[in-house]
Design a protein around this ligand. Structure first.
Ligand code: SF4
Ligand code: SF4
Length: 145
């Protein structure tokens, strides 16, 4: 009898807590929670500040980034590096290492988390970097042909 009573009391307690407690979930997508401050959502690449140094490619653990660059000689004889950076974002694990490694602040993350796409091709990102001074490139970093 005592056991029955305790189960009934527990059930009552549970019912009360369910009625009083705020739900842990929200009616997404009608209602949306704000991501926390340090949340890493959609990546943003700024080609204007990128020096094509290749550090992001070197440090990415998921092999997402490919820095493509070549050295060209201008008419005045000065050497410059031109190129672009490619991102295969379907493999990205949003670890943030590329942004941490980039000395130019060219990679940042927004709070946009709705990243689903119907085709893999839509995850490919490419940014043409500005022509950069040859000295800005790390000579030890592999140049992807
Ligand atoms: S680490 Fe930064 S500056 Fe260097 S190639 Fe990557 S995005 Fe560009
Ligand atoms: S966030 Fe991590 S996995 Fe994604 S591109 Fe940057 S280094 Fe690679």
């Amino acid at each position: 009898m005592a056991r029955k009573f305790s189960i009934a009391a527990m059930a009552m307690e549970l019912m009360e807590s369910l009625l009083v407690r705020k739900p842990a979930t929200v009616m997404y997508p009608i209602e949306r929670l704000a991501p926390p401050d340090r949340f890493r959502g959609r990546m943003r690449y700024d080609p204007d500040s990128c020096t094509l140094c290749g550090l992001c490619q070197r440090d990415c653990p998921a092999d997402v980034i490919k820095v493509v660059r070549k050295r060209v000689e201008r008419e005045d004889g000065k050497k410059e590096t031109v190129g672009h950076v490619e991102f295969e974002m379907d493999r990205c694990v949003f670890c943030g290492q590329c942004a941490y490694s980039c000395n130019s602040g060219s990679i940042t993350f927004t709070k946009d988390f709705e990243l689903a796409q119907p085709q893999r091709q839509l995850f490919m990102m490419k940014g043409e970097a500005e022509e950069v001074d040859d000295d800005a490139c790390d000579a030890d970093t592999e140049v992807v042909p």
